[in-house]
Design a protein around this ligand. Sequence first.
Ligand code: ZN
Ligand code: CU
Length: 484
Amino acid sequence: MALRCDLIIRDATLIDGTGAPRRRGDIGVKGDRIAAVGDLSAMSADREVMAEGRVVAPGFIDAHTHDDQAVLCGPACMLCRVSQGVTTVVIGNCGISIAPVPMAERPPAPMDGVCAPEWWIFDSFAAFADRLRTTPSSVNTVALIGHMSLRVGAMGRNDLDRPATDKEAERMRKMLAQSLAEGASGFSTGLFYPPSKHAPTDEVIAVAEALRGTGGLYVTHMRDEANGVLDSIEETLKIGAAVGAPVVISHHKCAQPENHGRSVETLPLIEKLSQSHSVAFDVYPYTASSTSLGVRKPRPDVPVMVTYSVPHPEMAGRMLKDIAAEWDVSLEAAAQRLMPGGGVFHNMAEEDVRRIMGNRLSMIGSDGGPLAKHPHPRLWGTFPRVLGHYCRELGIFDLETAVHKMTGRTADVFGLEGRGTLKEGGFADLVMFDAATVKDRATFTEPRQVADGILETWVNGQSVYTYEGGASDTPAGRLLQRAA
Ligand code: ZN
Ligand code: CU
C-alpha cells in the first residue's frame, strides 16, 4: 500500500545532520514526523515541494539564546529565528531565566536586558511551561534555569553582593530540583556578572547538586573570558565533575585585545578535559560581543556601540566614543549616564573566532537577545553567516560539518531525542536552503535583516516560514526536555 504523506520535498540535497556526506533524495512528512527518506517517487502527498537540488537539513538548534520572553509572545516574535532556519531555541542562558522567580521591580543588570519588567511573573517553572503550552511559539524551546534568578529568589533583590549562606544555597538547590522535575533541562550561571561574581565555586556546586542523576546540563557564561580564561575553564569542569553533569561553555571566546590569539591555549585545555568529562561549547560568528553597559570598564581600544539605553533611547545604534565626545565626558561617565542599557563590544580576534568555530567540540549559538532597540546582528544573522561566510566563502569546514554543528551535535549535547537528524520516525523540524546563495544580511548598522537563501522552515511538520511569504502565524513549537 502506497503511503500518502502530508508533504514531500523532492529532489533535495539531503544533509542529515550527523556530519555524513550529502545525498540526493526525497523526504516525506506525515503529521509531525519524517515518514520516509530516500526515493519516494511511488508516493504522493497533499503538498509537494520541488527542491531542485537545494539543501534540506534538520532545522537548526540555537544552542544559546535569551528568548525567554520572546517564546511567550507567539509566532510573530520569531521572524528573527525562523528566517535563519532555526526550529529550536535554548533559553535561560548566562544565569538568567524567566522562571521560577517572579520579580516585583526591575531586576538588576544584566537580567533587565532579557525580560521587560512586566514579564517576571512566573513563580515556578511549571507556570512558565503552562503559559508556553497555552500560547505556543513557532519554534521549540529548551529551557535552562538561571543561577542569577535563583539568587534573587533566595537572597532578595538588594543583597546579592556576597556569597550565599548554606541555607540560601539549599533553597536555590530545591528550586532548581523542582524546575528540573517540571521540565527544565539544566542549570546556567553567569559568574562574570556583578550580581553573581560574588558566588564562590562552592556555592555553585551546592546548587548544581540538583543536577546529579537527572542528565541535566551545567551551562556557563564563565567567570572570566579574558585574562583568567584558563582558570575559568578549570572551574567550569570542576563544577560539572563535582555533580556529575555534562558541561557547556557558553559563547567561548578570548576577550580583550591582550588575550587575542589565546584560543591556542584554551582549546587544547578543553580538549584535554574532554577526555574525562563531557564538555561542549557554543560560539557565534562575530568578533563583537554584546551585553549590559557597565559590566566592563570601557576602554579606547574596544569600540562600543550602544544597543539600547533606558534614559537615552535616542542613542541606540551610536558609538559610545561619539556620545562621550558630544557630552564632553569620559567613556566611563557616558556609559554610566546611558545605564540601564546595553552595548556591542568589539573585543575579539577573527583568528580566535575561526579556530573556536572550527574545533570539533563547537556548536553554533547566537547569544541573541531580541529586546534591544538596536541589537547585535547575531540575532538575525548567525546561522546564515556560518553557512555563507565561514563555510562557503572561507571554507573553514565543509557544509556537512557546518550543519552538524547546528543540528546533530547540538541535539546530542542537549539530549533532544528525535531532533537534529533526518531520520525516519524523527520529528519533522526542517530547513530548505540554497547553499550557493545563503548569506546573512544583518549588519552592525542594519541589524534587523532577513537572510538570503533560507527558503522554507518547518517545525514539527508545519511550515513556519517561507522566503517569499515571511513568518506564518503557526504556533508549531513545543517545550522539549532532555531525555534522562
Ligand atoms: Zn553570556
Ligand atoms: Cu548569553
